[in-house]
Each structure stands twice: as structure tokens, then as C-alpha cells.
Design a protein around this ligand. Sequence first.
Ligand code: RIB
Ligand code: CA
Length: 314
Amino acid sequence: MTERVILDCDPGHDDALAMILAAGDPRIDLVAITTCAGNQTVEKVTRNALAVCAVAGIDVPVAAGAAAPLVRPQMVAPDIHGESGLDGPVLPAPAREPEACHAVDLIIDIVMAGEPGTINLVPTGPLTNIALAMSKEPRIIERVKRVVLMGGSAGRGNRTPAAEFNIVADPEAAQAVFAGAWPVTMVGLNLTHQATADADVIARIAAIGSPLSEFVVEILGFFAKTYREHQGFDAPPVHDLCTVAKLADPAVFTTRDAFVAVELAGRWTTGMTVTDFGDAYGEEHNTQVATELDKPRLWDMTVDAIAALSGSRS
Ligand code: RIB
Ligand code: CA
């Protein structure tokens, strides 16, 4: 059985890999792509999403979404993703126009049109679109199969010592998502920092020898440079890829149930995903928290997806 996915993203180098896995793995049915301001402005990340679709031959609706967080000023991440949001490769011209509708309306329409429990939401940027959709049409909460989000951490953050970028970029939206009465899997930095694209992985991708594989190698090359310079990593952690991988193959990482809430009022800790695997607060465990990655399994399926799309592109 394939897992139907709406990918809500802010491409973003690692978002691009998530798009490619979602399109290239036969266990995933990529229904639509929606974009949200995050790594860069919504205009830039939407253009980037369309460019990745063009180079990978991904032919699904792409709808632009929120241009700013719910209440706080926008933050972007040019230090990691560059001024374009997808620096590194030359980006091809889009092969299709974005949808005329807003991302939030596309999410609502798809979820409400589908059978209950058949659509997974996979946010890999700030959670603004997801929170807006919950507010505009609360019935989606009982109809969505699962929310598998890249964000937060059961450990340290990366934007501040306490907070990860996707969450702290719109903490009010994130808190709404974690507080919703739907199944949530948190794929946080404690997991995604295990998902590094090491030299052997780059070599396997390069050996595919297609325009798409060359594009991916260039993406990962830029990502490796910024992660080395700004975060001290020998190889870049491809965060967003891990969300789609979990839906393709649940064995790709383990999870532990926990209570997760987003700090909204901490002087130093705003945006922290406070993660309680025990019962410190007497709160129900509302989240599956990703813990241990099977890294070879992740990269095997990713290389296969790139090869599959390359084959379809030859
Ligand atoms: O903190 C990592 C997350 O922030 C990833 O989703 C990356 O693309 C950026 O959005
Ligand atoms: Ca992202």
C-alpha cells in the first residue's frame, strides 16, 4: 500500500532531497507540494520547488503558502541555504506554473476530498500553513492519517541552543500542531544529525550519471560547505529527507512516545520542543519522537529514488 503525501516545504537543500524521494520511491504517492516562507521568502522557495520539479520530472500541483509566521517577524536562513534558498546548482526554468490557490486551501481540499485516514501531511519547514489549515478547517484534524514533521529536537537546537529553526521560525504554529488531536511524528535534530551525506553516499549518487544526480551532487556540495563553515559538520545532515523515508519504510528509524510542547514565553528558550519521555507534567504522550536512524537504509532508498527518476528522465 502506498502512503499518500502532501509535502509542505521551504526548499531548501534538504527539502529538495525530500521532494525527490517522495517522487521516486514507489511506496510514496506524492499528491501535492505546498510551500511556506522559511529558509527563504515564499516567492524564492516556491520558485525553488518548481525548479526541483523541473529537473526531477515531478508533475504534481505546487501551491505557494504563508509569506510570514502567524505573529512573529519572519526569519530566513541564508547562512545555510544561500540568498536564493537553493544556492549551488544552476536552477532550471519551471516546467509548470504554481497553482492559483493558496497552499492552505489546497491542503484542505485534498484532505477533505480524500477518504479519512488516507493523507499524510509532511511539513519540512515552519508549520505556518499547517496551523492555518487546522484553524480554517478543523475537520482536517480527524481526517489526516499522520503528521510527520521535520522540526524541533529532543536535545539541543540549531538556531539557538534550545530551538531548531523550523519551530522557532513560527513557534505559535508549531504549538498548535503538537497540541492538535492527531498523530504526530517529530523528526528532530537528535535524529536528523545522524542522516549525514558522507563521501561514499555522494559517490554513489554521482555514479548514477544523470542530469538529476549531478543536480543532487551540486546541492549536497553547497550544503556540505555551509554546514562545515557554520555548524562544524564534516558532512551535511539531510534533515528533511528523514520524514519521507519514515513513510516509505517505517524501519528507517525508531521512535519513542513522549509529551512534546513548544515553549512560547522563554527568554532564552522560546521555540524549544520540550520533550518529556516520562511523566514530569502529568501530560499525555502526544508525539512519536524519532530516536535512532538506520543510515544505510535511508541512503539506499534515496539512491534508488534518484536512479528511478533518472531512468524516467533519460
Ligand atoms: O533545522 C533544519 C530545518 O530548517 C530543515 O528543514 C531545513 O530545510 C530548514 O528548513
Ligand atoms: Ca526545510
